[in-house]
Ligand binder design. Structure first.
Ligand code: ADP
Length: 398
């Protein structure tokens, strides 16, 4: 079975092709600057694990042109014909309360994804466009939507409701949804398998450009740090994470900000960028090494917020078997892990400092001997998780 995974953004298309059941992709790629004269495609083909990469710059007026070009690249040795693709798995950011698992796409499902545009105005329209284009480019394939919010649909109401008037939930659907679900689900499953404990109490810590945490027990999400939108919770690359809501009133009132300016401020100019002048941890860690006080403070605030959520989620779980670091920062930044795990042995967490500094691929156990709970690094793989969910869907249907 050929499973093609697509993550369609407003001006980009990320893709991977899996020849199921092999878990290694046959090829992967990224189309960027869709809609411009100078769009780029980087296309990697893995032959026995060794990648060969092709880079192209070309005009691509829209997503349809982009996906057609990708099909050209695929038919140059990877598949014979677009009809060789059996399943297309689409990452869709917002599934609202309608979708709690991978879902075969029907006209009703598409209408529901459209209805959710209001909740995810930046993401769902681009994801939807990817579905429409893929339906035309791969007419024989079964199309499946895998939602970023789906994994968190198990949150109990006490965790997903805000203390706002009830009508705002019942009529306007204002509640915590949570995001990055595919990643939290994937790393939690990997960790539980490593521990040999299907009912493990886990705290998953996804630290990429966007950052979020989840409390997971027995493979179910019980709480998560992102909320109604991905703006809540942890300090991120350019997003503020949690702030006192009355700061927004102060900004739009006495300080004269427009709603648009507040939106830009909180989503694009805050977080590590606002504190330390860069949204890339590699730059900030260099600045820190050069003695930059703002970089030190930014790291401290970033790690402190994660520690607060560890405390909260250990309470939610009434115990802790492991914390799991994942995504760009979580997998690579030893200093973040060190700051998070300093003086936190009350929760049974003791970091093996030397192992923490080493770089190795794959799942890593960084707990010191005597650490009651494990400290793990699990590389995330959202595309593989999407392919797995698509495969499981058709295995159970047949
Ligand atoms: P996304 O959320 O876009 O999927 P990633 O998981 O790829 O993001 O994470 C991207 C971030 O990871 C970068 O902005 C950078 O801050 C961080 N990062 C990547 N590599 C390293 C590294 N070697 N050391 C520290 N941080 C890194």
């Amino acid at each position: 079975m050929n499973i093609f995974v697509i993550n369609s953004g407003s001006s980009s298309i990320k893709y991977q092709l899996f020849r199921w059941p092999a878990e290694q992709p046959v090829c992967s790629g990224l189309v960027e600057r869709v809609g411009s004269e100078q769009a780029t495609i980087s296309h990697k083909v893995f032959a026995e694990g060794v990648p060969t990469e092709q880079r192209l710059t070309l005009p691509l007026p829209d997503h349809e042109a982009g996906l057609h070009k990708v099909v050209h690249l695929l038919t140059d040795g990877v598949i014979q014909d677009p009809s060789d693709i059996d399943v297309v798995g689409h990452r869709v950011v917002h599934g609202g309360e309608s979708f709690s698992q991978a879902t075969p796409i029907t006209p009703e499902v598409k209408a529901e994804i459209q209805r959710l545009f209001g909740l995810a105005p930046l993401h769902n329209p681009a994801n939807y466009l990817g579905i429409e284009v893929a339906e035309r480019v791969f007419p024989r394939a079964r199309q499946v939507a895998v939602f970023d919010t789906a994994f968190h649909q198990t949150l109990p109401e006490k965790a997903f409701r805000y203390a706002l008037p009830t009508a705002l939930y019942t009529e306007q659907r204002i509640r915590r949804y949570g995001f990055h679900g595919t990643s939290h689900q994937y790393v939690a499953a990997q960790a539980a398998a490593y521990l040999g404990q299907p009912d493990a109490r886990l705290i998953t810590i996804h630290l990429g450009n966007g950052c979020s945490m989840a409390a997971v027990r027995g493979g179910q999400s019980l709480d998560t740090s992102m909320g109604f939108s991905p703006l809540a919770g942890l300090v991120m690359g350019t997003r503020s994470g949690d702030v006192d809501p009355s700061i927004l009133l102060h900004l739009t009132g006495p300080l004269g900000y427009s709603p648009e300016q507040v939106n830009t401020l909180l989503n694009k100019e805050s977080g590590m960028l606002g504190l330390a002048g860069s949204n890339d941890m590699r730059d900030i860690s260099q600045a820190l090494a050069a003695g930059d006080a703002a970089a030190q403070l930014a790291y401290d605030i970033y790690a402190y917020r994660i520690r607060q959520y560890i405390g909260a989620y250990a309470a939610v779980l009434n115990g802790l078997d492991a914390i799991i670091f994942t995504a760009g920062v979580g997998e690579n930044d030893a200093l973040v892990r060190q700051l998070v795990c300093q003086d936190i042995d009350f929760f049974g967490l003791v970091l093996a400092e030397a192992q923490n500094q080493q770089r190795q691929p794959g799942l890593r156990d960084l707990s010191a001997p005597g650490s009651r709970a494990k400290i793990l690094v699990v590389p995330t793989n959202e595309e593989l998780e999407i392919a797995q969910q698509c495969a499981a869907l058709f295995a159970s249907a047949s």
